[in-house]
Design a protein around this ligand. Structure first.
Ligand SMILES: [Zn+2]
Ligand SMILES: [Zn+2]
Length: 228
């Protein structure tokens, strides 16, 4: 499996394009907008889009999925059903921020532990609520590579200060679903630079070692599956 990252929309959302080298079939994670750039890339690389994978229902990530599927014939899978209510309101929410967005019903809502397939490649689905209820991450065990949307960033974590956000759930998702994949695993976040699980597990100011020690000292413990 190979992949490349295209920042799309004015939110510079990282759209990842993955492909199977044996079959040239591709999966596009979060076709949030600027669809012509995504389609140009696929054509230039002579890839056949098979799958549109959505990490969560926010318009910068999910807003272009319906149109991308219509343009290319790719099927949409994900996110988890917990984001169905956000996806149903994509037109309204995208419109508020000037991003054209369209709601959709995916071919498959995803559950924790599901596998998604394109060509001869397979990704594991990790349900990671906290930034929003239905957020999923995608993990290639073969490539030691994760695509985590707005759950975890280089030096930051996803926003939780909105009605679907939940800080304890977010911290639990990061530590019990992402960090346990292993320090060597690289990830593409929804925005900004890539990083590794190891770098964030140690240095992240919200969920790194120093931050977790602080939480424990102050509150007698935040969810910390690594030690509990
Ligand atoms: Zn988001
Ligand atoms: Zn985002």
């Amino acid at each position: 499996m190979e992949f490349d990252v295209l920042p799309v929309t004015r939110y510079k959302m990282n759209c990842s394009i993955l492909w199977c080298e044996q079959t040239s079939r591709a999966a596009v994670i979060d076709p949030g907008g600027d669809l012509s750039e995504i389609v140009n890339f696929l054509e230039l690389m002579e890839l056949e889009p098979e799958l549109a994978l959505v990490t969560h229902g926010h318009f910068d990530h999910a807003g272009g999925a319906a149109q991308f599927a219509a343009m290319t014939g790719a099927r949409i899978e994900g996110p988890h059903r917990g984001d169905a209510h956000v996806i149903a309101r994509l037109e309204e929410l995208g419109g508020k921020y000037g991003v054209p967005a369209q709601s959709f019903e995916p071919s498959r809502w995803l559950e924790d532990g599901d596998r998604v397939r394109f060509g001869e490649e397979e990704l594991e689905v990790l349900h990671c609520p906290g930034h929003c209820r239905g957020h999923v991450a995608y993990f290639s065990a073969a490539k030691r590579q994760a695509f985590v949307g707005d759950i975890l960033f280089r030096g930051a974590i996803g926003a939780w200060e909105h009605p679907d956000g939940d800080l304890p759930a977010l911290v639990t998702s990061i530590r019990s679903k992402l960090f346990v994949l292993g320090d060597d695993v690289s990830f593409v976040p929804g925005h900004g630079e890539t990083s590794t699980m190891g770098r964030e597990r140690i240095h992240n100011p919200f969920v790194g070692e120093a931050a977790m020690a602080n939480w424990r000292a102050k509150f007698g413990g935040m969810p910390d599956p690594a030690t509990e």
